[in-house]
Design a protein around this ligand. Structure first.
Ligand code: TRP
Length: 460
């Protein structure tokens, strides 16, 4: 294979891959999805999906990537199945769409770093006003996209790997300190109970769908992120332990984020857990309120530290999202990495503008579409979430696993996983893969995809 920007060490790869997985999905998305989905019961279903269904998908992506040494589209060509590279093209499209709105939210978080620094805790009362301040939030988003493009233009292994090794542990320490602080607040336990004690009567199909979507999104699966990152790893690495470490880190950080936020919700709501913004505004409303309670310059410092670490977590994710289309253009169209990074990020920023405007600024994009049989409209950002995250990712995951099992063939998948893993042939993990990969996993993911489409867009 031509010279690729390989990761310099196993730890470097794990840091970058875990950096991709850990992001707004864990700290912003997971707590609010758990809050909306009945608390602990959502967490339980989510954990099940992460390990039972998502882990094999990650392994498959990594194996395809390492074997082919190519981007999400080129990988299928390199394995000799050009006809199947539409799966990779779907992934590139998903990456572009996901990054377009992800960057908008990252821009909010970036702006919050400065708001906290300025001691503007009252922002909790006017989050809507904040998101409609288009030139400010649009500018922060633009700066965020520029940082992302800059890192990707240098190549994944150069900047990101080093930064991730230092800043990820720092983020964990920060969140653990906030957990300790939160646990001593009055009514913290009401929040913890909601988060950890499952109420099985709350289990229903929408909990299952949302937990599935959240697991896929949080683990960066279904669009070839790990095909692309897998193409940069060493043949000697053990793919199974790598995938396990990435999954554990990602799930661990989501749980830590929940342990941090739910006691705070307990406190702010006086133990009732109601009346507190539980939707997408959760970390943008509840957290700053707490920083305001801490007050003064201490509140500012904690708030600033939290949001800057959150931005860093988001940055390692946006980098991985941009890397997928960029690696595609670099490999397949022989464009220079630098040119590809700036060109792609520019396109993605433009595609993200309706998502930026659809949070109250433009009535058209805020009430963009009303699905069949729906009583309320959906804004542009959430429309893209429904299309790209909720539909394309499980579809992509299903197709990739199907491809690996039946087109590429599971002996080849086995052979690739076995490199760097002595004893794979007799391992439990091999038996498990052979159990789920031929039929169960692709079928489950496809059914979930089909049902999400029918329920979300057609109101079944
Ligand atoms: N997993 C990241 C998060 O939790 C977001 C992300 C990065 C992603 N790359 C992805 C999601 C690829 C889906 C697919 O914030």
């Amino acid at each position: 294979m031509a010279v690729r920007g390989n990761f310099s060490s196993k730890l470097g790869f794990i840091a970058a891959a875990a950096g991709s997985a850990v992001g707004l999905g864990n700290i912003w998305g997971f707590p609010y999805e758990a809050g909306a989905g009945g608390g602990a019961i959502f967490v339980l279903v989510y954990l099940f999906f992460c390990f039972a269904l998502c882990f094999p998908v990650m392994l498959t992506e990594l194996a395809i990537g390492r074997k082919s040494g190519r981007n999400a589209v080129g990988a299928f060509n390199a394995l000799g199945h050009r006809k199947w590279n539409f799966i990779g093209k779907l992934g590139v499209l998903s990456g572009v769409l996901i990054l377009s709105f992800y960057n908008v939210i990252a821009g909010w978080a970036f702006g919050y770093t400065f708001e906290m620094a300025a001691g503007n805790f009252a922002i909790t009362e006017s989050f809507r006003a904040y998101t409609t301040d288009i030139f400010a939030v649009g500018g922060y988003g633009l700066m965020f996209m520029i940082c992302t493009a800059f890192i990707v233009s240098k190549g994944v292994s150069a900047g990101i790997e080093k930064a991730a090794k230092i800043l990820m542990p720092l983020l964990i320490v920060m969140m653990l300190s906030l957990i300790i602080y939160a646990l001593f607040l009055p009514n913290a336990m009401a929040g913890i109970k909601f988060f950890l004690l499952p109420d099985f009567t709350k289990l229903n199909l929408s909990v299952v769908f949302n937990a599935m979507g959240q697991a896929f999104f949080s683990l960066s699966l279904g669009m070839g992120t790990f095909i692309t990152y897998g193409s940069y790893i060493n043949k000697k690495d053990n793919l199974v332990t790598s995938a396990a470490l990435i999954t554990l880190t990602d799930v661990g950080i989501a749980i830590i984020a929940g342990l941090m936020i739910f006691p705070l919700i307990g406190f702010v709501s006086g133990g009732t857990l109601s009346g507190v913004g539980r939707g997408p505004e959760l970390i943008f409303v509840t957290l700053p309120y707490i920083f305001g309670e801490i007050g003064g310059s201490a509140g500012s410092i904690v708030g600033m530290a939290f949001f800057s670490l959150l931005c860093f977590a988001a940055l390692t994710s946006t980098v991985s999202l941009l890397e997928v289309p960029v690696a595609y253009v670099v490999d397949e169209f022989k464009m220079s990495r630098k040119k590809a990074a700036w060109l792609m990020s520019g396109i993605v920023y433009l595609i993200g503008i309706p998502s930026l405007l659809g949070n109250g600024y433009s009535a058209y994009f805020s009430e963009f579409i009303t699905y069949v049989n729906a009583t309320t409209s959906t804004d542009f950002l959430n429309f893209i979430v429904n299309v790209a995250n909720d539909s394309f990712l499980p579809l992509g995951g299903s197709l990739m696993v199907f491809f690996a099992a039946h087109i590429w063939k599971k002996q080849n998948l086995d052979a690739e996983i076995a490199i760097g893993f002595e004893g794979y042939q007799d391992s439990f993990i091999r038996k498990y893969l052979h159990f789920v990969i031929p039929f169960l996993l692709p079928a489950t993911l496809f059914i979930i995809f089909a049902m999400i489409v029918l329920v979300t867009f057609f109101g079944f």
